[in-house]
Design a protein around this ligand. Structure first.
Ligand SMILES: [Zn+2]
Length: 319
């Protein structure tokens, strides 16, 4: 399965973002268009009452071939669902957007994007960070949802140095144990981590592991154990009460198929039945409570809620 994922990714990483810098540099861009272009890369958001930014890292696509993303569903059935939501029916498009949250004393970053792991279509977090007028040295805490290449790749520079040199890197104990114990070859072939050994060496002094559902920064960040995607996959609750925002990691991937059909199995999930159960249960819970969500692979900026629609659910962007 992982080989399929790998092959599909290589086939589909389309250089989506490679063309984008030209948009920003075009000399005759109107002020309004320039502002929009900046927002497309670092959209300002209010996250649990704090200033936040959706930092665009890039995008990638996968074919609707019954193997690369949705499993066990005829491709024409999947195509009908995509088409019904006015999307191309032959592929799945994913965005990639880590989240930045600024408080008085700290600058928090949730996941780090793909670094060099997904080609030129991703790995743009540092330029997005600059557009948010922040420097890599300003980040005090990085929270990793899980150890796949599109979430941890941005932890190091191409030279293998820490991209956020002053940050503590929070990751669940189970995920860190799993990540550090895999070989360089397996990391590359199965999980799209191109510089595994360099990454482990660089980040080890900065790592702070935690147990499931631990409070990490009192009143500000709490881990939320959501099983299935990887051995120690963790979401993060930012703030509390009605204004709180849950950074869901890869509990969900696609804003249509993951939400409308949470029961469909996903090729990327390490434990597919448990991931499916998690998705179904959480979706119901989040729709009931109106929980605000931040989803790193949903259409940019990935901030919204799940709402009921008929007998099922739909994604409702808040911005
Ligand atoms: Zn991912």
């Amino acid at each position: 399965m992982q080989l399929t994922w790998k092959a599909a990714l290589f086939a589909s990483l389309s250089g989506f973002f490679a063309a984008s810098p030209g948009i920003f540099m075009f000399p005759k861009l109107s002020e309004a268009a320039a502002q929009q272009a900046v927002e497309l890369q670092a959209a300002p958001l209010t996250i649990a009452g704090y200033h936040g930014f959706a930092l665009r890292d890039g995008a990638f696509e996968m074919p609707n071939d019954g193997r690369a993303f949705v499993l066990g569903v005829p491709t024409n059935v999947t195509a009908d669902v995509l088409r019904a939501h006015r999307l191309a029916s032959n592929k799945f498009a994913f965005s990639l957007q880590p989240l930045l949250v600024r408080t008085e004393k700290r600058v928090l970053l949730f996941d780090t994007g793909a670094g060099r792991n997904f080609g030129t279509g991703a790995g743009h977090i540092l330029s997005s960070l600059a557009r948010a007028r922040m420097r890599p040295e300003d980040i005090t805490d990085v929270f990793i949802s899980h150890g796949h290449g599109d979430h941890i790749g941005g932890l190091i520079t191409p030279e293998g140095r820490l991209a956020f040199p002053n940050a503590t890197v929070h990751i669940s104990r189970a995920e860190w144990q799993w990540l550090r114990s895999m070989t360089n070859e397996k990391a590359k072939s199965d999980y799209f981590i191109g510089q595994h050994d360099e990454l482990i060496t660089a980040v080890t002094p900065k790592i702070a592991t935690f147990d499931p559902d631990a409070t990490l920064i009192p009143g500000l960040v709490k881990a939320v154990d959501i099983r299935g995607h990887s051995p120690g996959h963790s979401a993060y609750m930012i703030g509390s009460g009605r204004q709180s925002v849950l950074f869901v990691g890869d509990t969900m991937h696609h804003s249509i198929t993951s939400v409308v059909h949470p029961e469909w199995l996903i090729a990327f999930d390490g434990d597919k039945p448990i991931a499916k159960e998690s998705r179904i249960a959480r979706e119901r819970l989040w729709a009931q409570s109106g929980q605000r969500l931040y989803v790193g692979h949903f259409p940019y900026p990935g901030f919204g809620t799940i709402i009921r629609s008929g007998k099922g659910f739909v994604w409702h962007p808040l911005r």
